[in-house]
Design a protein. Sequence first.
Length: 195
Amino acid sequence: MPRGSSQVDLVLGSGSPRRRDFVASLGLSFEVRPAEVDESTLPGEAPDVYLARICALKLGAVMGAAGDALVLVADTSVIVDGDVLGKPRDSAENAAMIRRLAGRAHEVCTRFALGRAGSCVHAETVTTEVIFRPLSDALVARYVASGEGADKAGGYAIQGFGAWLVAEIRGSASNVVGLPMCEVVRALEALGRFP
């Protein structure tokens, strides 16, 4: 039930159902306004620079129509060997991503930003190390056939079937799902917006 931005505590600039659920769990009144930006990487762009740029673009795209409401945007990247693994284009690319991650560690980085009245008031990047178990080709094929990772960065979703791919997580688990809740709440507290 969307309401005007002057009547809500927060505008969430994301269409992610997982981020929406996380924000809903805070008990704040909020409105969803997905940011429509080109998330393509630029040639030679470092992962941290990419995240900062995309998050800034999202914040700018949403703040313009949010009035004086506080805006929250985020972007999550899966990084292995210095490469950003985006959403797979097809099942073959999804399988290649899962095989690349199998039996080793990678990073999941989420940058989130809060803005109000045309200015960024907080931006932070949170990194979690995720270690996949070794996987046979049959297990990779079974996971890819589930379709779960088709629209996810890195080609997997830890909150679903993908949990059985993961042997260990070092850091924020909610960050791997798409929003580092502890850090977001700390930022909201510092801004006097929570509890």
